[in-house]
Design a protein around this ligand. Sequence first.
Ligand code: ADP
Length: 261
Amino acid sequence: LEVLGAPIFNEANQWKGVVLVFHDITELKNLEQMRKDFVANVSHELKTPITSIRGFSETLLDGAMSDEGLREQFITIILNESERLQSLIHDLLELSKLEKEEFTLNIEHISVPSLVKDIIPIVEQQANQKGIELEQTIDTEGYIDGDSARLKQVVINLVTNAINYTPNGGTIKLDLKDQKDFFMISVTDSGIGIPKEDVPRIFERFYRVDKARSRNSGGTGLGLAIVKHIVEAHDGNIEVDSEYQKGTAFHITLPKKFTKR
Ligand code: ADP
């Protein structure tokens, strides 16, 4: 709360009272704090891989190069950390584009089942490596106007998360349903689930339930923030239904009649 005060005097310059103005600046303060946290998070996220790339390069130059085993191990780390930097920068740029006022969707007429079918080959290999079964149920057909590449990115991000947060041998279901004025796409996994208290925060930039786990699986902590922006830009909605240690379901609803802003 911000308080501004001023005394009031009458014509004879006698003190009459005070005017107090109360401003609720909670919202502003929160925004400012979020901006500061974001900058701090970005810096930290960039620093971690760079420190590691630098450290391992120096160790190689200092002599580790002559040990064949170490050489391969260190170069692999350097490569992985460079890939992490690349995904981080890619996601940051995408998020910054989506948050700009003048951002526009690249609208096409899209067959809705293709949003599910086309992404299977992209994620299949990753699922197979963990012995995870991908099932799809497509109960409807039809078209919507939307940004095809971005909507596919949404489904890819959700399925990639489902794979990352599901132990080997689990199952992931992709469902497409007709819900009168909406199409609903659901991604349901039999994975580790999300603790109740974390559920409201998972769409925040860089929020992760388990930092180490997210990093090890190549996560940037920005995927769901991007997903939410894209869905909302299509006047859609995203909901989570999760049970800790049982599994998680993400439901996206997209209006059949969407007119671009
Ligand atoms: P990340 O790159 O860390 O996966 P996201 O923004 O995609 O970032 O997700 C944020 C966090 O939400 C993850 O770190 C993870 O803790 C949690 N999460 C997302 N999807 C799932 C899921 N299917 N099952 C369990 N936890 C999930």
